[in-house]
Write a protein that binds this ligand. Sequence first.
Ligand SMILES: *Cc1c(COP(=O)(O)O)cnc(C)c1O
Length: 379
Amino acid sequence: MKFGTKAVHAGVEPDPTTGAIMTPIYQTSTYVQAAPGVHKGYEYSRTGNPTRNALENAIAELENGKFGACFGSGLAATDCVLKMLKPGDEIISTNDLYGGSYRLFTKIYEGFGLKFHFVPMGDASAVRAKVNANTKLIWVETPTNPMMNVIDIKAMAEVAKEAGAMLVVDNTFATPALQQPLDLGADMVMHSVTKYLGGHSDVVMGALVTRDEKIAERMYFIQNSSGAVCGPMDSFLVLRGLKTLNIRMKQHCENGKIIANWLKDHPKVSKVYWPGFETHPNHEVAKKQMNGFGGMVSFTLKENTVEAATKVLSATHLFSLAESLGGVESLIGHPATMTHAAIPKEEREKTGVVDSLIRLSIGIEDADDLIADLSKALG
Ligand SMILES: *Cc1c(COP(=O)(O)O)cnc(C)c1O
C-alpha cells in the first residue's frame, strides 16, 4: 500500500461496540472486569487505552515498524530510550542536536552515569573513532535544527551494527512521509509528534517505533513503569492529523522549495540552508534517503547582527514569531536568542548559528502570500 493511502487508514478499525468509523476518545482511566483478571484487554489507561493504542499502531505502520508507543512529549519518548541504558554505557550523538535533547542528555543523564560523545556525523569515520566496548547507542537527528545538515542513516546503521549498539533516529523534521529510518537500518525511530505528525500546533506528544520485539518489550515496560503517557483526547487529535500528513508534507515541500529559491536571490540574504539545493554539502545523501526536502529553511542576512534579524522577525504578519515547527501555519524564529540562547555565542557560531540566522517553518499557505510577507519584512 502506498504512503498516502496508509496515512488515511493506518491503525484505525471501526469501533467494535458501535461501528463508529473514527476511533472514539476513550476518556477513561479504568475498565470494568467481569471477574478478577477477566477483561477485554484493558485494565488501566497508563498501561493501555484504545484511543492511544490506535494512534500507536498508526504511527508504527507509517514508519514501517511493528511496535509503537506514544508519550506525553518528544522528550518523554527520548527519556524512555535513555532508560534502556545503564551507568557506564556510552552514547554517540550528533553535535548539531535539538537543544532539549542536549539538555536531557547532559544535565540529567550524565548525572546518572551515562557518557555522551557529540560528534559531527557527516563523516562515518569520526563516529567510528568514538566507538568502544561501552558504546550502546548511536543517536541521529536528520535533517538537523536549524542548520539542515543531513546525516547518512545507512552509514550510521553500519557503524551501529559493527559496534553492537542501537541506532535511534529522531525523525521529527522529515516524518515518515519523507524518510523511513527503519528501512535504512535504524533500530528505532523517535518523534516529537508535537510537530508535523500532529501538524496543527495544538498537541505536545512524542512517539517511538521499532520492529525489534526485544526493544519493544523494554519500551512498553518503561512506558508503563515510568508513566509518561499521553491522553486520549490528544491521541484523537493526532489520529486526525495523520490523515492529512501526506498532503501536508507535499505542500510543505513545495512551499519550501519556492521560498528557499526566492531567498537565495534576495539582495539582503547571505546564505540559505535547505537540503534541496545541489550546492548543499549533503544534497546527494538527502536525495538518496528522502522523498522530499521538507518545509524547514534557515537563512542569514548580509548584515549579520541581532538587530537586523530582529527587524525582519518583528515585521512579518503571516509568519508568526514563535518556537516550534511543523504546523499548517508558517512560523519564524531566531535561534541565537530563542532555541539556542543557552549556548555561548562562540560555541553556537561554530555550528553556524550566527546572530542573523533566521529559521522558517514554512506552512501550507499559498506561497505567493508567504513571499509577499517575507518581501515586505526584508525590504
Ligand atoms: C521539538 C523537538 C523535540 C522535542 O519534542 P517535544 O515534543 O517538544 O518534547 C525533539 N527533537 C526535535 C528535532 C524537535 O524538533
